[in-house]
Ligand binder design. Structure first.
Ligand code: SAH
Length: 266
């Protein structure tokens, strides 16, 4: 929490966490896995790339930052894989950047925004943007009591009833795994997770946010229909640019809504 300018920073010592959560949100961390998804938002919020990184010099992670409507925005993109040059998608990079960003930037709220596969049987269509109610993993099968639950790693998103009412976004559960395709085993876990959307980062971000008790919300825009006719990779690439635009619009509306509110008013 970054205190408003008129409160001396020493006041933080005298404030309990209850008081702090009644202050308006001042610092938002946006985590986005792919450059195509991130750059339109960098432009929209007029963010600038960090010249002196808050991260270790070895990592490819990129921080864009700026002030938008009184909010300190930090947008973190895990960058391109150092060996292969593609976006560092997936749970490993997502959890590492979430951890390091929380440590370095102390956000009041995390927004994980990205594209996802959607299930038409659960009401998803191309271009829909979902506000996620809860996240779980579908590729961590450990059939031993209690480890099974650890593997699923179910986490609730921060509850945002007012945001939901105001913006009229679809709400659904998210299932996360490290593959773009879906094996038969993944499919049965996704059904067990009751998921409407499927991605490669959300539950990893949720895991780290939960450790540090930072409220987190997840906005996922559907690029491909998993239970449809078209091959996922082809459909994903076809729709990535247009759906990223829909995602960016939704993120902007969400940030506009957040501006001036405290965390319990969302
Ligand atoms: N072929 C792509 C690879 C991107 S991986 C490329 O050329 O860049 C897919 C990214 O989009 C991940 O960040 C993931 O979170 C999201 N995604 C979109 N559709 C998905 C699906 N059906 N399953 C899993 N992740 C999906």
């Amino acid at each position: 929490m970054v205190l408003p300018k008129d409160i001396p920073s020493s006041a933080e010592n005298y404030m309990d966490s209850q008081t702090l959560t009644k202050l308006p949100i001042s610092s938002i961390l946006i985590i986005i896995a792919m450059q195509t998804e991130a750059l339109p938002l960098v432009e929209k919020f007029q963010l600038s790339e960090d010249q002196k990184s808050v991260f270790p010099k070895e990592v490819p992670w990129v921080r864009y930052q700026g002030i938008y409507r009184n909010l300190q925005i930090n947008l973190i993109w895990p960058g391109k894989d150092l060996a292969l040059g593609v976006d560092s998608v997936g749970t490993i990079s997502a959890s590492l950047v979430t951890y390091a960003s929380i440590q370095a930037l102390h956000p009041d709220l995390i927004i994980n925004a990205g594209t996802a596969g959607g299930f038409k049987a659960k009401g998803a269509s191309i271009g829909d943007v979902f506000l996620v109610s809860e996240c779980a993993f579908h590729d961590r099968r450990i059939p031993i009591p209690v480890f099974d639950l650890y593997g699923v790693g179910l986490k609730q998103a921060w509850k945002t009833p007012n945001l939901h009412k105001e913006l009229d976004l679809k709400v659904g559960k998210l299932s996360t795994g490290d593959s773009l395709d879906m094996s038969a085993q993944d499919e049965s876990s996704i059904v067990a997770n009751d998921a409407t959307v499927k991605d490669m980062e959300g539950a990893a971000v949720a895991y780290v946010a939960d450790i540090f008790k930072v409220p987190a919300i997840f906005l996922k825009a559907v690029t491909d229909i998993v239970d449809g006719e078209k091959p996922t990779a082809e459909e994903f690439l076809q729709n990535l640019a247009t759906v990223s635009a829909a995602l960016d619009q939704a993120v902007t509306k969400v940030i506009d809504f957040i501006s001036g509110k405290c965390i319990h008013e969302l």
